[in-house]
Design a protein around this ligand. Structure first.
Ligand code: FES
Length: 120
């Protein structure tokens, strides 16, 4: 079971459990379920409103993260948070090239992470 800590300078930190291995639960879904006020718009990886910064804080397991979804890659590149060479390398290494993620696209894995929001 993974621990997800949501942190914001505007709100009190909150740590919640994520269902390990479901591969369906996004950061945004988890935030909504736990009444954590991450801004979002489309909910579909198109607007970039749900931008968050994700760091591995797991002391027991290696960082996993998971590569960006295709929608994340397009939006984060358009927003200037990742470059094409970094994306090209991501497809080789299979690890995310940036800490910046879209909460509506990043699926929670069996890894303890820190999610910082709002992102600006
Ligand atoms: Fe629009 Fe996540 S809510 S990209």
């Amino acid at each position: 079971m993974a621990l997800i800590t949501f942190s914001s300078r505007l709100h009190k930190d909150k740590t919640v459990y994520a269902v390990a291995g479901s591969h369906t639960q996004t950061i945004l879904t988890l935030a909504k379920e736990n009444h954590i006020p991450i801004d979002f718009g489309c909910g579909n990886g198109e607007c970039g409103t749900c931008l968050v910064k994700v760091s591995s804080v797991d002391t027991k397991r290696s960082p996993m993260g998971g590569p960006l979804t295709n929608r994340e890659a397009v939006v984060l590149k358009d927003m200037g948070y990742v470059t094409q060479p970094e994306l090209d390398q991501m497809y080789v290494d299979d690890i995310p090239p940036t800490q910046w993620r879209l909460a509506c696209q990043m699926v929670v894995r069996d890894e303890d992470i820190l999610v910082e929001y709002p992102s600006k």
